[in-house]
Design a protein around this ligand. Structure first.
Ligand code: PMP
Length: 422
């Protein structure tokens, strides 16, 4: 066991410390929605405005040169983080959603046609469904959907039923935001390669937990958001293989993405600038670079702790009467989705909230998954390495409290009714 100390780790996150010092410690179990931000990320973001605020890539002054150097150094950090072969393969986006939209619009809508198929899975986030529906509408291509195994992973046993020479693109999540299991993306990539299909990997939930190597994965596109890995909101990455990005037309048009503009015609810039029109979110790029360094520094240390915490939380949740996890075996990352018989998930989440425990209830932007499981929603508890066993114990206590109170209310209501009837 490593000597990782969650309490010490938590001290790096000002918001969590503030809630403690105000005597109302927040138990933040909504990390799959967004993680809290460590001090170095906050510092990197504000340092830009405090010390080097200038536009990038254009002005001829010292301040702009410093900002540009930091901005482009961040791209090298992002390249190293997923082992892309060139920084030209790293495109800054607003996040995962925008990155998928770029691929859908600039690859899907341009290169697919009516005889093609787009292969998704039942556990995709809406961000990896809706853009493809739009591609299907525009091109006439058909969407097919991979089923899940009983433990919630993408079923790769019968890939040949779904992947054929008609398959033009496979877009799948590495880890679903509701299931928390690592999908066999290697198997999917191999099958896609055999028929010449392109593959996009949604790594939004994976980057904070597992090391990614796009070269050994051999995917064509991989996307993620900074805010789910301790970075700022409003920034994400589209990795794309150079030869594909070269073939694709730009996403948006304007300044920054051009080589030469005249009224007789415009030529576009080199990669990756061709996809980065307008002034970018410079402070968030610098913040993401700090988040990358943060994850690189701590991931080895917290991985074992996170596993032990996952096992503990899984065991404890299983002891709550009438609580059913959507999938019965332990998730690979600490994301637990469940329902409790006869209780609406929103009521439970509100009760937890009044006890300062932040969870998410609803469809988790995965309505097709809810439909697949015949559910209208569920509760999701998602942990990060600053969470502790004591916090899990508090969750279990509050859930038990809620259930006994509810039981009491139901019994009281029944006896009141009986009194009236007598
Ligand atoms: N894919 C997955 C698996 C996600 O969990 C999320 C965010 N919940 C997204 C895509 C969309 O990310 P963003 O909202 O940051 O664009």
């Amino acid at each position: 066991m490593s000597d990782f100390c969650p309490q010490r780790f938590k001290k790096i996150f000002p918001l969590l410390c503030l809630s403690e010092s105000e005597g109302k410690p927040l138990i933040y179990f909504d990390n799959a929605a967004t993680t809290q931000k460590p001090q170095n990320v906050i510092d990197a973001t504000s340092n830009y405005y405090l010390n080097c605020n200038a536009n990038v890539h254009r002005s001829s002054h010292q301040l702009s040169r410093s900002a540009t150097a930091l901005f482009e150094k961040s791209r090298v950090d992002a390249q190293r983080f997923i082992n892309a072969s060139s920084e030209q393969e790293i495109v800054w986006t607003k996040g995962t959603t925008e990155a998928i939209n770029i691929v859908a619009q600039c690859y899907g809508s341009v290169f697919l046609s009516k005889d093609d198929e787009i292969l998704l899975s039942h556990s995709e986030h809406h961000a990896n469904i809706v853009p493809w529906q739009e591609v299907a509408k525009r091109t006439g291509a058909k969407i097919r959907v991979l089923p899940l195994t009983s433990d919630g992973k993408i079923d790769t046993d019968n890939l040949s039923t779904y992947i054929s020479p008609k398959t033009a693109i496979v877009a799948c999540t590495l880890i679903s935001n509701t299931v928390g299991k690592v999908n066999d993306i290697n198997g999917i990539v191999k099958a896609a390669r055999n028929v010449g299909a392109k593959i996009l990997v949604d790594a939004a939930q994976a980057v904070a937990h597992i090391k990614i190597d796009v070269q050994s994965l051999d995917c064509d596109f991989l996307v993620y958001s900074g805010h789910k890995m301790f970075g700022p909101t409003g920034i994400g990455v589209l990795f794309g293989k150079r030869e594909l990005l070269m073939k694709m037309p730009p996403y948006q048009f304007g300044g920054e993405m051009i080589k030469n503009v005249s009224f007789s015609g415009t030529t576009y810039g080199e990669l990756p600038f061709k996809f980065e029109s307008g002034t970018p979110n410079i402070s968030a790029v610098l913040g993401l670079s700090a988040a990358i360094k943060f994850v690189e520094e701590y991931r080895e240390q917290f991985v074992q702790y996170e596993r032990a915490l996952t096992e503990y939380c899984f065991k404890q949740l299983n002891q709550i009467p009438n609580l059913t996890l959507l999938f019965t075996d332990i998730p690979d990352i600490p994301v637990f989705s469940f329902i409790i018989d006869e209780h609406h998930n929103q009521d439970i989440a509100s009760f937890l909230d009044t006890n300062n425990i932040a969870v998410r209830a609803g469809h988790h932007c995965a309505m097709p998954l809810m439909e697949y499981l015949s559910l209208d929603g569920c509760i999701r508890v998602s942990l990060a390495p600053y969470n502790t066993r004591a916090e899990v114990d508090s969750l279990i206590n509050v859930l038990n409290q809620y259930l006994t109170q509810e039981l009491r209310t139901t019994v009281d209501e029944t006896s009141a009714l009986e009194d009236i009837n007598h």
